[in-house]
Design a protein around this ligand. Structure first.
Ligand code: ZN
Length: 131
């Protein structure tokens, strides 16, 4: 299951980052940015997180997933468009196949929220999870 590996990588990334901050307060919320085209099912990711967070640094944390729509760029038309599965992701104007994805593939930790926000260190900025 793809999401299981993704979640492992996600939790490891957070643990790595928190290891440098021994006095950090408990993590309250993990905000994740997931592209529509990232190949991840948000519900499966949520489920995997609930299972795998046990005995980790995010054992009491909630996962909030922000979905990013798929946006492609058509070179012949020089414009961005929203690809549709029904049209094989091709450009709706000139029918060119999808060549360049501008957004929608992300899988990033957007930020962490801590239990005591006032004592929180700076959040990691846009860390990409390498799987
Ligand atoms: Zn086009």
């Amino acid at each position: 299951m793809h999401e299981t590996d993704m979640t492992k990588a996600l939790i490891l990334t957070i643990e790595d980052w928190l290891a440098d901050q021994p006095d950090h307060p408990p993590v309250k919320t993990v905000y994740l940015t997931v592209g529509e085209f990232a190949g991840v099912e948000p519900a499966s990711l949520q489920f995997a997180f609930q299972v795998q967070r046990q005995n980790t640094c995010v054992s009491t944390a909630a996962l909030v997933i922000e979905n990013i729509p798929l946006v492609a760029f058509c070179h012949p038309c020089q414009r961005e468009y929203r690809p549709q599965i029904g049209q094989q992701y091709s450009c709706p104007t000139c029918n060119s196949p999808m060549e360049e994805i501008r957004s929608g593939r992300e899988l990033k930790i957007d930020r962490l929220e801590f239990m005591t926000e006032s004592a929180a260190p700076a959040s990691p900025s846009k860390q990409t999870v390498e799987v």
